[in-house]
Design a protein around this ligand. Sequence first.
Ligand code: NIG
Ligand code: FE
Length: 406
Amino acid sequence: MTDLTAVVHDAGEVVTASGPTDPDIHEDAAVAVVDGRVAAVGPTDAVTREYPPANAATAIDADGRAVVPGFVDSHTHALFAGDRADEFAAKLRGKTYQEILAEGGGILRTVRAVRDASDETLLDNLLGELDVMLAHGTTTVEVKSGYGLDRETELRMLDVIARADDAHLVDVVPTFMGAHAVPDGRDVDDYVTAVVEEQLPAVADQGIAEFCDVFCEEDVFTVEQSRRVLEAGRDHGLTPKVHAEEFTRLGGAQLAADLGAASADHLLHATDADAAALADAAVTPVLLPGTAFSLGADYADPDVFADAGAPPAIATDCNPNCYSQSMGFAVALGCSGMGMAPAEAMLAATRRGAAALNRDDGTGTLTEGAPADLLVLDAPSHVHVPYNVGVNVVDAVLKRGSLVHR
Ligand code: NIG
Ligand code: FE
């Protein structure tokens, strides 16, 4: 028995994101969802003849508005405690991110707050962030640990991430990031050994994390230290990801290519050769324009990656330094800051985000058979996502074809 989950009809346009560089826009179209998966996209007449809205559990008259895939936010540190709004103000007065970190602020301050927070507080915090994300159209999000920096707290963070995934409608993808920073006063190599010998085996035993990420950066983890962590993670079944070339060009992108990572992220200082290496190794570049915006740094150039054959994803990097849950805002920065075309930025925020998370079941698309995670915009086209800047243009969110937010 099949079940007609939903029909969304009379859309002004439906963006299916059918290929990495093909938005595949259908005008005057409808989407039919059977058993939670996309069954058909096409002219409203044809689709509604085969799938009558009256027979669907959910029928939505889009009335000329646009339908797009749900956003896939492939890079966040959305589980944290405490508040760093004062650092935002200090940055506006000229203090740099690294100066704040060197004074024990930044990541290390959030680490202290997370260690002190109860599991219930952490879970409440993450569920709150997920509520905001869903309202802004995110239907799948990656969340990293990395504010524990000891075995007990890293395991607690991953457990909270798994509980949030169970409790919330947004799909949450868990990443272990014990190598996010070096704990206060700790020797770096000594800490890397702790990540490899104490944290990783326990994380693997707990069986929650899917990816392993490191902050490969000057004064944080060298390429060799990052390699140690990621190879050990891989031995435990975790797929590598790398924070690469954010403040300096250290070699994290080449490392990501070498290890066949799922993604290399940030890439503000990546070169043409780095982009070519990522393309050759089929590593998805993930650009985080909100972070450049928050840091007052120059944006990454998406064309460098696209021209090399590795069209980039974009994500929010939602964290206390770059506090935005909105993929719409990331898309707006992708266009107005980085020069992407609107359709390109939408692909970057949907199917390419799914690629950065190794999702190959159609997530981030509205192609036949894909999970029917889709947005009805309060606008006639996807262009309004970056164009109507600073405003949430998401009207309705369907997850697996069920209306979960309006
Ligand atoms: O991706 N670069 C390192 N980590 C985060 C920032 C985390 C924080 O400042 O709390 C990032 O930008
Ligand atoms: Fe990050």
